[in-house]
Design a protein around this ligand. Structure first.
Ligand SMILES: *Cc1c(COP(=O)(O)O)cnc(C)c1O
Length: 386
């Protein structure tokens, strides 16, 4: 039996398929890494965010085993009830020290952290100023807050300044990805901080893709931003850190406020403490991870040199492990992604509405877990397909 509401939903699914916008999940049948088994096929993967190759690292796995015997599997309660374990606490202290902020708070995911931070800092009377290419979770967070939501063109700080000058909101919050997830470019942190200071705004920077990778792993903040009480820093911990969760680092009063007000922190079960134990080990590996970062930087340079003059698309200007090749039409990007997969190379096609219309792209991400041969194979295949 069907009913009209279900029929409309099925028509919606049909329309997505017709527009090449239907999403499907691939089945991963191995640990995460540069070489994975996916949908029954062995492939070299150029699409994980496991930039340092820590997701299946033996030291993190050993930390999980050890913690499991000590604290079991589930946290069993929210942080403000009885779910706040010593591992959570120790991780927060280690994280704050590492990124050189005075305090930190561990959330279950980056998505939840963004909802929590933005809604705790601004309400209906406030105004959020956001780069147009910010991550979807920051867009959702601004909308959930009920604040006025003002967006500026990607990296156009003169437009942002005009918007700040025109604002009468008592609470102003500038939010930006630090490394933009679909383009791989970075926000001008000190210039944003200048504006935050001039207009008495908070500056919230989402460094999902920079933490663990940039500045000896400490992420994309400048020294000035680390020292500033207005800057609130987010690292997600499922990417380079290889585990799960997200940490917000800020002045201790901001962290105290989040504990009181951030609903996605308060009204949810604490993440399993064994994950926090893994994260403690991950911070150690990141801190001692210059060899991994050096390898990653070599891969980035090798790819960029190799793809200079590529015929089938335009390699975007990025110095980070996110190296997109803009193709244009959704269908063309999908076709190329499929051709690569037939040759054992997994590179996702990122389409509208995740990226602006006619900028569908192959989004290549590199990891320290790749070998120089993996990168060479991708470069050769892309040239051959053109
Ligand atoms: C991945 C990502 C998030 C979400 O983090 P999760 O921990 O995966 O929920 C937030 N912001 C940016 C920029 C991201 O890339």
């Amino acid at each position: 039996m069907t009913h009209p509401a279900l029929t409309r939903l099925q028509q919606g699914l049909g329309a997505l398929k017709a527009d090449h916008l239907e999403r499907r999940r691939r089945l991963l049948e191995s640990a995460q890494g540069a070489h994975v088994m996916i949908d029954g096929q062995r492939v070299v993967s150029f699409c994980s965010n496991d930039y340092l190759g820590l997701a299946a690292d033996p030291t993190l796995v050993a930390a999980a085993h050890a913690a499991l015997d000590q604290c079991g599997v589930g946290a069993g309660a929210a942080h403000l009830i009885t779910g706040h374990h010593g591992f959570h606490q120790d991780f927060e202290a280690a994280f704050a020290r590492f990124v050189r902020k005075s305090a930190a708070l561990l959330f279950s995911t980056g998505y939840m952290a963004n909802l929590g931070v933005v809604t705790a800092l601004v309400d209906r009377r406030g105004e959020v100023f956001a780069d147009k290419l910010n991550h979807a979770s920051l867009v959702d967070a601004a909308q959930l807050s009920g604040a006025s939501f003002t967006r500026y063109r990607h990296l156009e700080l003169s437009q942002l300044e005009g918007q700040l000058a025109a604002s009468a909101a008592p609470d102003k919050l500038i939010v930006s990805d630090l490394v933009f997830s679909m383009d791989g470019d970075t926000a001008p942190v000190d210039a944003l901080l200048d504006l935050a200071e001039r207009y008495d705004a908070w500056l919230y920077l989402d460094d999902a893709h920079g933490f663990g990778v940039l500045n000896q792993g400490r992420g994309g903040l400048t020294e000035r931003a680390r020292a500033s009480d207005r800057v609130i820093y987010l690292a997600t911990l499922g990417k380079a850190a290889g585990v799960a969760g997200a940490a917000v680092a800020a002045h201790e009063s901001v962290i105290d406020w989040l504990i009181q007000k951030a609903r996605p922190y308060i009204y949810t079960t604490a993440s399993p403490p064994l994950l926090a134990a893994c994260l403690l080990e991950s911070i150690r590996q990141i801190e001692a991870g210059e060899t991994r970062r050096k390898r990653l930087r070599r891969h980035i340079a090798q790819l960029r040199e190799g793809l200079a003059g590529l015929k089938l698309g335009v390699l975007m200007d990025s110095a980070t492990p996110i190296q997109p090749v803009v193709i244009g039409a959704n269908a063309d990007a999908v076709r190329l992604s499929q051709a690569l997969l037939q040759r054992g190379l997994l590179v996702p096609a990122i389409r509208t509405p995740t990226v602006p219309a006619n900028t569908a792209r192959l989004r290549i991400t590199l990891s320290a877990a790749h070998s120089a041969d993996d990168v060479a194979q991708l470069v050769e295949t892309l040239h051959a397909l053109a």
